[in-house]
Design a protein around this ligand. Structure first.
Ligand code: PLP
Length: 432
């Protein structure tokens, strides 16, 4: 694309990276290329595209110009080399692992994960013969202990809820790099505030459904390749990238795309997994995420400022027995929060009510402005009582392990005026 703006500032990157204007219409807004297919110039052109000798559009299940702008912007935002937009965060998570692991392989995952990811790892991915080994991230060395010759990656979330304890990214990335194991980070909860690739992670994923979209309209996911992991050096661990791939006329991914840069991982995910599984992001949703991305740094500032004020307000609430927010933590949890998050501690705030489950439910039912939803990352303030909803299928012991007590309430603080947020909480506390 002509005139991409080079900047290290997120505010600029989200507006300018990867697109200046439409080459045929001069449209300044990124057009929605609502097309399935792309006319080949001639058979030679078509052949070169399929052989990956030339990059270009073939079919929207595999690539699309609207998606491409989103991919370039998110890659630039995260400091990566390339990205792949997908139909949901769940698809991005599954692809991130399936791209390098098959039956008989394993990976090591943090126990602090979004429930849907945990379920996928504990159940569905096992049916594919891939073993998820869960370890407590409190001690980064747990990742080393769980690693063997068939370990293909580590997987964790930067700011996992409900515990909201920031993951030791550099510590685990370092262990992984010493063993030839890449770290994949789900950065959904803290875009802009953290760039896991800067701390040694190899791959970043987002559920774009959350803060990147920002307005609660569209489901999507994205994978970003850091281009910073030497797959060839660890060829024994990554046969899927270093031996001929029968599904793509024997391509060896680390060799096939070398002239295009260190993008073996992301290209393989696109032209094999996305080709075969078809979890493509629609061009319209890509457009929605581009709109969201434009104001992401601005919104994150407001989200974080409001969340910090909510946490301060909760301190004064007599019915609150505990506040769960990185900015009020101490010890190692606080050190990690300060080491990995910049300009705010995110916008997820948890608290425990002294009245337990009944009080938690009364509180939620009394909210007037906050939406009662399982989502996070909307412009609007959201609230949920995990013990009776998102975590209700877990045994009470397992609920406790994930950090959910009976009286736990999670807020995803929005960008309304802070006075209105606090007024709504105030009147709900009166009912709790
Ligand atoms: N990762 C995190 C941290 C999430 O919160 C979610 C969704 O709630 C996902 C991944 C899954 O994303 P999606 O709902 O877009 O499939």
């Amino acid at each position: 694309m002509p005139m991409p703006t080079i900047s290290k500032h997120a505010e600029t990157v989200v507006l300018h990276a990867g697109y200046r204007s439409d080459p045929t219409t001069n449209s300044v807004a990124v057009p929605i290329y609502q097309t399935t297919s792309y006319q080949f110039n001639d058979t030679g052109h078509a052949g070169r595209l399929f052989a990956l000798q030339e990059m270009g559009n073939i079919y929207t299940r595999i690539m699309n110009p609207t998606q491409a702008v989103l991919e370039e912007r998110v890659a630039a935002l995260e400091g990566g080399v390339a990205a792949l937009a997908l139909s949901s965060g769940q698809a991005a998570t599954l692809f991130s692992i399936q791209n390098i692991a098959h039956a008989g392989d394993n990976f090591v995952a943090s126990t602090d994960l979004y429930g849907g990811t945990w379920n996928m790892f504990a159940n569905t991915i096992g049916t594919m013969g891939i073993e998820a080994r869960f370890v407590d991230p409190a001690d980064p060395e747990n990742f080393r202990r769980a690693t063997d010759a068939r370990t293909r990656c580590y997987y964790a979330e930067t700011l996992p809820n409900p515990k909201l304890e920031v993951f030791p990214i550099a510590e685990v990335a370092k262990i992984g790099r010493s063993l030839g194991v890449p770290l994949i980070m789900d950065n959904t909860a803290v875009p802009v505030l953290c760039r896991p690739l800067d701390h040694g992670a190899a791959i970043v994923m987002h559920s774009t459904t959350k803060y990147i979209g920002g307005h609660g309209t569209s489901i999507g996911g994205i994978l970003v390749d850091g281009g910073n992991f030497d797959w060839e050096k660890h060829a024994d661990r990554f046969p899927m990238l270093n031996t001929p791939d029968p599904s793509y006329h024997g391509a060896i991914w680390t060799q096939a795309v070398k002239p295009l840069g260190p993008i073996a991982y992301i290209i393989k995910a696109r032209v094999t997994l996305l080709r075969d599984i078809g979890a493509a992001m629609s061009p319209f949703n890509a457009f929605m995420f581009i709109q969201g991305l434009e104001t992401l740094p601005l919104r994150m500032r407001e989200h974080c400022a409001n969340a910090a004020k909510v946490a301060a307000y909760l301190h004064k609430q007599p019915k609150v027995t505990k506040i769960i927010f990185p900015g009020v933590m101490s010890g190692e949890a606080r050190r990690r929060a300060d080491a990995y998050l910049r300009n705010g501690y995110g916008a997820l705030v948890g608290f425990e009510l002294q009245g337990g489950r009944d009080a938690g439910q009364r509180f939620i039912n009394a909210l007037k402005m906050h939406y009662h939803v399982a989502n996070i990352g909307d412009t609007r303030s959201l609230a949920i009582h995990p013990a009776s909803t998102t975590h209700s299928q877990l045994s009470p012991e397992d609920q406790l392990k994930t950090g959910v007590t009976d009286g736990y309430v999670r807020l995803a603080v929005g960008i309304e005026h802070i006075d209105d947020i606090i007024d709504d909480l105030d009147q709900a506390f009166a009912a709790a």
